[in-house]
Design a protein around this ligand. Structure first.
Ligand SMILES: Cc1cc2nc3c(=O)[nH]c(=O)nc-3n(C[C@H](O)[C@H](O)[C@H](O)COP(=O)(O)OP(=O)(O)OC[C@H]3O[C@@H](n4cnc5c(N)ncnc54)[C@H](O)[C@@H]3O)c2cc1C
Length: 454
């Protein structure tokens, strides 16, 4: 863990931190650091410059949906929110105050939410706000970079120079991820093409009529409209699956769904097409639908993928998406305390650190701020238990396979399995146990971080 001296930090700077970006992560980070005695300078480029998706002058702008997703604790993002409430999150305080009816989801009045956060930040005596476009990563003192998926290009270039071209990404094409225990193992067979490897993939065999029904469904499905600035994103190699289907009815059968080198053990024959699922985590609880990056609406993803053999009960840990994003290869570039390996004193927070979503971004703002506080006090960092939602996110960022790293929403597949877990335990019961375990495991971190409040 980084007990290294931060370059350029003098004694007077020990109590200072610069936070760049007043979005979900940056506001949470600035607030938490200031509450623990640090003098914070918060840099935000609005209203000098707006990203292609930001429109209002306020902080913590929700650029798209006004929903912070499920509020239920048997949903991983609902659990993450409950942990954030217990840790004293500003984002959650504002969200609860500004909530509007949305069933089991937590939706907010986006203007009131942003105003509440802007007011809290602006009135904190230890936070100084500067409206500037930051073009270079500040090199003196501690910095939390939280400039989000649409980081201004000059700063992104500077970060790219620091990390190397291959470790900063500018778009994200995500295929859906399913929970392994929701895939029918009577139908999905384990094999690698041409028996190459240890049967690393799960394979869904499709007969000719099933393949064409799938293609037809993709062509007829509703997609999420593209933002104008995203339209230029697509290039060969990361086309959404529905776009590939549009290029020709057999494009998928010759592309990601090609059956070559695969024999269905139940028939002894090569299927007409094969949808492959690749293991996503070391524990083997999550599987990625290879080549199925998509702009389909969530309801359409559920309907169409569940119509495939072996996937009728599929539970999604993450839905597919294709969007502009700026994020780093976290397992390679970041320490578990979110500090950049190559630049002690520089911490990343929010979406650019490798998570996905408003709530996850804010949670990382909290964690980055606390790590800076620990470091500024000469204390070794304290981490939330891996059984908590916060701990599971950190574990993912440090332990995911760096060869194929992609940002992730929080989901129960990232949590360690329950001790002595029986495979027959009902799904809801299992989630309730995971949630209860997480909340009790949070207590020591909650105490340790509360003790630092000034
Ligand atoms: C188009 C789009 C739609 C999305 N929709 C959703 C959704 O519906 N639900 C969901 O959960 N997640 C969504 N996300 C994903 C993500 O969760 C949000 O983008 C979230 O706001 C990320 O939080 P953040 O704090 O990392 O970044 P942001 O909230 O984007 O905050 C970054 C801040 O940094 C500022 N900034 C950038 N560069 C500089 C610079 N050089 N100098 C100074 N300031 C700078 C920006 O103006 C901004 O205020 C979406 C992302 C995008 C791009």
């Amino acid at each position: 863990m980084p007990a290294q001296q931060v370059a350029g930090v003098s004694e007077s700077q020990d109590r200072r931190v610069a936070v760049v970006g007043a979005g979900l992560a940056g506001c949470e980070a600035a607030w938490q650091a200031a509450r623990r005695g640090l003098e914070v300078t918060l840099y935000e480029m609005k209203p000098v410059r707006f990203s292609p998706a930001h429109q209002s002058e306020g902080f913590a702008e929700l650029v798209c949906s006004n929903s912070l997703r499920s509020n239920s604790q048997v949903n991983a993002v609902g659990l993450l929110k409950e942990e954030m409430r217990r840790l004293g999150s500003l984002v959650m305080e504002a969200a609860d105050e500004c909530s509007i009816p949305a069933g089991r989801a937590l939706a907010v009045d986006r203007e009131a939410f942003s105003q509440r956060i802007t007011d809290s930040i602006a009135s904190h005596p230890r936070i100084e706000i500067r409206h500037e476009v930051i073009e270079r990563i500040p090199t003196d003192g501690r910095v939390i970079l939280a400039t989000g998926p649409l980081t201004a290009c000059e700063l992104a270039r500077d970060l790219q120079q620091l990390l190397g071209d291959e470790h900063l990404y500018f778009y994200d094409a995500q295929a859906p991820i399913l929970y392994a225990d929701s895939i029918d193992s009577e139908i999905a067979f384990r094999a690698s093409r041409y028996d190459d490897g240890d049967g690393d993939y799960l394979n869904i065999p499709l007969a000719e009529d099933e393949y064409f029904a799938f293609v037809g469904a993709l062509l007829a499905a509703e997609t999420v409209p593209l933002h104008a600035f995203e339209a230029k994103l697509y290039f060969e190699g990361c086309l959404p699956i529905e776009e590939m289907a549009r290029r020709g009815e057999k494009t998928l059968a010759f592309g990601p769904l090609k059956p070559v080198g695969l024999i269905d053990p139940r028939t002894g024959k090569r299927p007409y097409a094969v949808l492959q699922l690749r293991q996503e985590d070391k524990r083997g609880t999550l599987y990625n639908l290879v080549g199925c990056q998509t702009k389909l609406r969530i309801g359409e993803q559920q309907r169409i993928f569940r119509s495939l053999p072996g996937l009728s009960e599929a539970v999604f840990a993450r839905y597919g998406s294709v969007h502009r994003n700026t994020y780093v290869n976290a397992p390679k570039q970041l320490l578990p305390n979110l500090e950049v390996r190559r630049r002690p004193g520089l911490y990343l927070a929010g979406q650019m650190a490798g998570v996905e979503g408003y709530v996850e971004s804010a949670a990382l703002g909290f964690l980055a701020a606390l790590n800076v506080v620990f470091e500024s006090r000469g204390q070794a960092p304290i981490f939330p238990d891996p059984a908590t939602a916060h701990g599971a996110l950190i574990h993912y960022l440090s332990d995911a396979d760096p060869r194929d790293f992609q940002p992730m929403n929080v989901n129960f597949g990232l949590f360690p399995p329950l001790e002595g877990e029986s495979r027959r335990i009902r799904r809801r019961e299992k989630l309730e146990k995971l949630a209860a375990r997480a909340l009790s495991a949070l207590a020591p971190y909650q105490r340790a971080t509360a003790e630092l409040l000034e």
